[in-house]
Design a protein around this ligand. Structure first.
Ligand SMILES: *[C@@H]1O[C@H](CO)[C@@H](O)[C@H](O)[C@H]1NC(C)=O
Ligand SMILES: *[C@@H]1O[C@H](CO)[C@@H](O)[C@H](O)[C@H]1NC(C)=O
Ligand SMILES: *[C@@H]1O[C@H](CO)[C@@H](O)[C@H](O)[C@H]1NC(C)=O
Ligand SMILES: *[C@@H]1O[C@H](CO)[C@@H](O)[C@H](O)[C@H]1NC(C)=O
Length: 671
């Protein structure tokens, strides 16, 4: 009798438990964790021997963020079956949510061991889902290294106010809660690993750069090393550094960089690395703070344009490189657009910068370093000043994407010369020869000062399609066509300019000078004006500081001077060298229309030949337009030197049909 009752009671308990559990599971699916916890608790009250109930309740408690309760249930599961991995998996989850990451990782390691040690092959297989914690640690270490590879060498910890090198930064990360959290979550979610690791590493290490104008006495590395920035006497420029660090910290960034104190000026290798990497540091910064110390609070539009910051050489790359910038006024309030989180998105500020720097808004917002538009970039820099003379060239390394040695003391001529030589050598772009002023001692074809690029570059007059057609038709003469084709092929055979060891090998069309006469009545004695005659060119006047030797071919057989048209391959308008189908297609269109023109004008001519002819003839038309010429003087060894002029030398051929006058095609060596 007693026995039967007990049995039926147990049956009742079982049913009730099953019902509770079904309802609880439903509640979990509906995200109703509170109901689920209550139902699991009811089931446990009826039957506390089923550890799966604790496991379920642990998860439901986690859903309610009741970490202690979740942990209690997880411990219960472990107690019931210490050899099962399930309790440890729950324990890891509970500890992770409780932000006890060290303990969480320890629990996870035990879980992995339980999986390895499981006798059930199905469970043993689960182990393959996870890597080993040491693999995850390695992955994090690699991510940190690769992130810091493009980060500044030293940064100020804005929380502590202490200067840290990379080593201190990585160590501080390893002991940070962010690191432990990352480790604990990465071992659990191996498939999310790479992305979440990179994100977490970036969140921790991202930095803010300062762009500002140097004042007389800035805090240097040795002034703040081993000290707390915030504790130092807040006088003069120290206040600027302190405010920069505070603003950075308050905006949620841990690391701040200022060129005053974050470069060891006494270490040559550190200076080299910094100058050659600074563009990338600004580019990769989370934010660049631009401090305008001479712009008073509540300034109106126009104050930025007139700030001394906007006259400095280094600041060009400091606002071109970053993606996110904020301009601050003297009192550290935001300039003009105070609600903006990125002034590159402020139309008013970008327009002001465009108007005052001559850099178009598109380049201001999305600048990419490289050789393209070299002459224009030099023009941007031509109005800027730097404290150290070599810096005007060094501050352009990042903008051109070149890496060259930094040799303070070499003089600005040499620094600029090395930069320009590299540009020509890498890109073959000879637009950098387009300047007026004084020659550099580095090479006579290069200017002594960047200001030589201030005048706009020479542009030949625009010719419409119709004008070209008319001019081409005036050249329809068998001899002209033949000469034009030969010239076209000769120019096509020229190699690109070469520049190395201060010598320029310049392909060009040369026009021998036949007469140089000094103009009488020179009032300004530092300049002289000369009347120049050259074979095939219209007569011209040249004003220069150099003394030309008056000479006339009638009286001398020597030819000391040449006027040359530097040869640029692109002027041939050849189809793309790489054979890019798209470009070839684009180019073929105007040519096919010239075909029609030719077949229409002379019925007897087969149009087969006329495409190269028309190309050659339109080249002659283009060569007939005014061009920027270089005046060269021959040296004893057969090389040449450029005679610089304070005006551009504009030359033009005398007669379009006299193609033979343009046939002197050569590559000259210029010192
Ligand atoms: C590993 O498994 C064996 C048998 O399956 C068991 O005896 C042993 O206690 C387990 N070790 C641990 C640490 O769980
Ligand atoms: C940087 O600041 C954080 C936050 O205060 C601190 O935990 C960490 O130890 C600091 N690191 C260094 C290297 O100063
Ligand atoms: C070059 O000089 C000519 C006069 O010789 C002048 O008309 C022209 O505007 C100048 N071009 C540039 C870009 O300075
Ligand atoms: C250009 O080069 C080709 C091949 O090297 C040669 O056959 C041709 O004669 C050259 N043309 C001229 C005008 O020098």
């Amino acid at each position: 009798m007693m026995l039967r009752r007990t049995v039926s009671l147990i049956g009742l308990t079982f049913d009730c438990t099953a019902q509770c559990v079904t309802k609880a599971d439903e509640a979990v699916s509906a995200n109703n964790h509170e109901v689920a916890v209550n139902l699991y608790s009811a089931a446990i009250a009826l039957d506390s021997s089923r550890h799966s109930l604790f496991a379920h309740r642990s998860q439901a408690n986690l859903g309610l963020k009741l970490h202690a309760e979740a942990l209690y249930d997880a411990e219960k599961v472990i107690e019931f079956d210490p050899s099962s991995y399930i309790g440890y998996e729950l324990k890891h989850a509970a500890l992770h949510e409780a932000q006890l990451y060290d303990e969480a990782v320890a629990a996870f390691k035990i879980m992995l061991f339980k999986l390895e040690n499981a006798s059930d092959p199905q469970i043993k297989k689960l182990r393959q889902k996870y890597g080993s914690p040491s693999e995850v640690e390695d992955a994090i270490r690699r991510a940190v290294q690769s992130y810091l590879d493009s980060a500044p060498l030293r940064l100020v910890n804005t929380s502590t106010g202490r200067l840290c090198d990379r080593h201190a930064q990585t160590n501080s990360f390893k002991t940070s809660i962010e690191y432990k959290q990352l480790l604990s979550s990465s071992i659990k979610h191996p498939h999310l690993q790479t992305e979440s690791i990179e994100k977490a590493v970036e969140m921790y290490f991202r930095w803010v750069m300062l762009s500002h104008r140097w004042e007389n006495e800035e805090p240097l590395l040795h002034d703040i090393a081993d000290k707390v920035v915030y504790d130092l006497d807040p006088v003069g420029t120290m206040t600027k550094l302190q405010n920069f660090c505070k603003i950075t910290r308050d905006a949620g960034y841990l690391w701040a960089w200022s060129d005053t104190c974050c470069i060891d000026q006494h270490s040559n290798s550190e200076v080299q690395r910094s100058v050659n990497s600074m563009f990338v540091w600004y580019h990769n910064s989370a934010l660049t703070i631009i401090y305008l110390s001479d712009v008073p609070p509540l300034s109106q539009s126009g104050a930025l344009a007139h700030s001394a910051w906007n006259t400095r050489g280094w600041t060009v790359q400091e606002f071109l490189a970053p993606g996110v910038v904020l301009f601050y006024q003297a009192d550290w309030t935001l300039y003009l657009d105070a609600r903006s989180s990125n002034h590159k998105k402020s139309v008013a500020i970008m327009q002001e910068l465009e108007a005052s720097t001559g850099i178009d808004a598109q380049a201001l917002v999305s600048f990419r370093p490289g050789m393209a538009g070299a002459r224009e970039k030099l023009q941007w820099a031509s109005t800027r000043v730097t404290t150290l003379q070599e810096d005007i060239a060094y501050s352009l390394f990042g903008i051109f994407g070149v890496h060259l040695p930094v040799i303070y003391g070499e003089t600005k001529q040499n620094a600029l010369g090395r930069l320009l030589q590299e540009i020509v050598a890498q890109s073959g772009d000879i637009s950098v020869l387009d300047w007026v002023g004084k020659s550099s001692e580095f090479n006579s074809c290069l200017p002594a000062d960047i200001a030589a690029y201030r005048p706009p570059p020479f542009t030949s007059p625009f010719l419409s399609e119709d004008q070209i057609h008319t001019l081409v038709s005036s050249l329809q003469d068998a001899i002209v066509v033949k000469l034009a084709s030969t010239l076209y092929s000769r120019l096509g055979n020229l190699t690109a300019p070469r520049f190395g060891n201060c010598r320029l090998h310049l392909p060009c069309i040369a026009f021998p000078v036949t007469e140089v006469r000094r103009r009488r009545s020179q009032e300004r004695m530092s300049y002289f004006t000369f009347e120049i005659k050259a074979d095939g060119l219209q007569d011209m006047l040249i004003t220069t500081e150099d003394k030309l030797v008056p000479f006339s071919q009638a009286k001398s057989t020597r030819q000391p001077y040449l006027l040359v048209r530097p040869w640029n391959r692109y002027d041939l308008e050849l189809p793309a060298l790489a054979g890019d189908a798209q470009i070839v297609d684009d180019l073929s269109e105007p040519e096919s229309s010239s075909d029609e023109y030719f077949s229409g004008s002379s019925e007897d001519n087969e149009p087969v030949d006329s495409e190269p002819h028309s190309r050659a003839l339109s080249l002659i038309v283009r060569l007939g337009q005014p061009f920027g010429a270089l005046l060269l003087a021959q040296q004893r060894g057969g090389e040449y030197k450029r005679v610089a002029s304070d005006h551009n030398i504009t030359a033009q051929v005398k007669d379009l049909t006299a193609v033979h006058d343009m046939m002197d095609v050569r590559t000259l060596e210029i010192l």
